[in-house]
Structures are given as C-alpha cells and as structure tokens.
Design a protein around this ligand. Sequence first.
Ligand code: 1GP
Length: 249
Amino acid sequence: MISGTIYKDIVAAKSRREKKLVVLFDPDKLRLQRMEQALDLAVECGVDYFFIGGSLVVNDMLDELLVHIRQRCKIPLVLFPGNSFQLSYRADALLFLSLISGRNPELLIGQHVIAAPFLKMSPLEIISTGYMLIDGGVQTAVQYMSNTYPIPRHKDDIAVCTAIAGEMLGLKLIYMDAGSGAQHPVSGQMIESVSGAVQIPLVVGGGIKTPEQIHANFGAGADLVVVGNIIEQDPGLIRAMSAVKSDFM
Ligand code: 1GP
C-alpha cells in the first residue's frame, strides 16, 4: 500500500457508494488464538481496515501487536487512540480524534497539542476525525474515561448539528460511536439524518453484533462500519459480515 492514500481511498469509495468493513482490535482484550483466526478470515474475506486502540490500554502491547499483524497481512492499520500514549510509527494512519460530542477541552484540543510534534515527524497519515459519542444504553469505558456526556440516542438534531459543525471546522471524517459493548448501537434513523447532513465520510460503531445490523447501517448511510467485541468473541462472523458489502456494489 502506498502511504498517505487511506483517506483518499475512503472518499473515492464513498463516491462510488461502496462500503467498508473495519475490525477493531483492542490491544488489551486480545486473545491470541482468536486473533489469528480473525486475521486469516479478514484477509480471506477482504476486511478493509483494522482500527487499533481502546479507551484505556493497560498492557504495553501496541508495537508488538502492530508488527505481528503487519507480518501476517497488508490490511491497513489505523490507530484509534484513546489518549496520546497510544501512538506508534508502526501503523499506517491515525484517526486524530476530536471528541466533538463532549465539552472536555483536553479531548477537543489539549491532547492534540501534546501529540502534534510527534505526529508532525511521523510517517503516519493523519486523518482528522470528529468523534461523536452516542448514548448506547450503558455507561461505556469511553464515556467514563472521557468524562463527557454522550449525545442522547433519540436526539438526532443534536447529532446532526454536531456533525455539521465538525465538517465546517474542516474535520475529514465523522465517527459516531455508541461505545464498545454498547447495549443499543447508533440508531438507523440517526445515521440517516447525519449522513444526509454532511458530505464527509461517516464511520459508525459500538455494539454492532450481526450482519443484518451492518446491512441496515450501510443502508442508512454509514460508509464504514466498525466491529470489535463481537469479533473478539466469534471471529467466524467476519465471513457473513464482509459479505454484506457486496449488496452495495
Ligand atoms: C468502539 O466502535 C467500536 O469504539 C466498536 O465497538 O466493540 O462494541 O463492536 P464494539
């Protein structure tokens, strides 16, 4: 893969109405045997990206994990960092997340200032992302760690205005996340409202468990869907989940 092309590829796919499936690996939650199975299936079934990160990473496994995956396959590795410690040159790109649903200045701009000199020197493709936490029915790790309130799940208008503001600020992606292990994923109605209001690509994740939910999210306007927990539990689902993309080609 030529470096610096991930965002361009995402935009090009969106213009062709193609959809992308993302598997999230949380370095702390990985069980090696299942990850091996997930990697094999991801390659076989054409998973588009791996996101790597978590709200709180306790083990110092990030570099090791990235090297291991890179040895096994060429699927682009995109850092999805919970904080400015989760950075590594061994990935291909980084979602430079601004938590625009919250009002915590550290996660809107503070950590970004700290990380900026490292990122400026790094070979990573930096993708500025408006990260919107949506209430998923349970208090998720990201909600606690970020010290922010999520957007209420039925307040589509707040989500729409937040996404529009993010786009106007020049952010390149909107990521609507109900949080890992959410009881209720982001609703189809909210996805539809937000995707209709912004031009930039839309990433949706949190609590998604079935190929049918992925199909519904793509149909509602998500350009990329992220699955994490459920793949950790049952990597075999990658096959049916990847197959959903062909309905949108
Ligand atoms: C969380 O969107 C991701 O940030 C994935 O969530 O682990 O619930 O699939 P799950």
